[in-house]
Design a protein around this ligand. Structure first.
Ligand SMILES: CC(C)(COP(=O)(O)OP(=O)(O)OC[C@H]1O[C@@H](n2cnc3c(N)ncnc32)[C@H](O)[C@@H]1OP(=O)(O)O)[C@@H](O)C(=O)NCCC(=O)NCCS
Length: 218
């Protein structure tokens, strides 16, 4: 994941001990007493990674609670994102003076059913995938790229973005993706200056699809 983001963004990937690491009181309160073990593990690894990424930036330890909509609440002056999928967790953090927003996502690399693909991919994205080299579920890469896009978008706009509101194009040779946001969504959020186009990077390796993107200041 480190290689997918620029040096201004600190990235931490969970090691084995991090899944049972320490939460700060505000984070514990968000998780609640009744969280099942798997949720507790994921949430904990995410917070441990978030703190490690912030420490890399030279920032003091601070809680990253969750808002009511589940989005992470970063300390003032920090932007960041968290992802976890079975046995893999990573967090990215940056000073908000350096970058406007950041997103990252990891997914197991597996094929998606036609029903799921219809929810995620526009017809032109399916056509695009059909022209790419065989052996990779490119729709899964598009899915992950869109989750990354959402994690960049949401802290700025604080509103929903549907999977079909972004059109993603992949460049496997360069390991990059380009996401174009639907004009109606941009118009609706115009006052917040949302990004019309977002470029990011991806890898497919070790059974994982990883995507990440950073939005710089204008
Ligand atoms: C929020 C969402 C993107 C999370 O992705 P996921 O693959 O389910 O799970 P990940 O492990 O990668 O990410 C989970 C983390 O995302 C973060 N997250 C949750 N909601 C978020 C939001 N609104 N904005 C930013 N980050 C969010 C949290 O830190 C969460 O981990 P935590 O609950 O332990 O704190 C996904 O659940 C979702 O709602 N997707 C629909 C919206 C979307 O992706 N649209 C595509 C637009 S092109």
């Amino acid at each position: 994941m480190r290689d997918l983001l620029p040096p201004a963004v600190a990235v931490a990937v969970a090691g084995p001990a991090d899944w049972a690491g320490e939460l700060l009181p505000d984070e514990r309160a968000c998780l609640g007493e009744r969280a099942v073990a798997s949720r507790r593990r994921d949430f904990t690894a995410g917070r441990v990674c978030a703190r490690r990424a912030m420490a890399t930036l030279g920032l003091p330890p601070a809680a990253v609670p969750a808002a009511a909509d589940r989005s992470p609440v970063w300390p003032a002056g920090v932007v960041g994102a968290i992802t976890h999928t079975r046995d893999y967790c990573a967090a990215a953090a940056a000073r908000s003076a350096d970058v406007r927003s950041v997103g990252l996502d990891a997914e197991r690399h597996k094929t998606l059913s036609p029903e799921v693909r219809r929810v995620i991919c526009l017809p032109e994205e399916e056509d695009h995938c059909a022209r790419l080299p065989a052996g990779t579920c490119w729709q899964m890469v598009i899915f992950s790229a869109k989750e990354t896009v959402y994690k960049v978008w949401h802290p700025i706009v604080r509103d929903w973005l549907d999977f079909l509101d972004a059109r993603v194009e992949l460049d496997p040779a360069a390991g990059t993706f380009t996401a174009r946001i639907a004009p109606a969504r941009l118009d609706a959020a115009a006052a917040l200056r949302p990004p019309a186009v977002l470029t990011g990077r991806f890898t497919v390796a070790d059974g994982l699809v990883r995507t990440a993107a950073v939005l710089r200041h204008d």
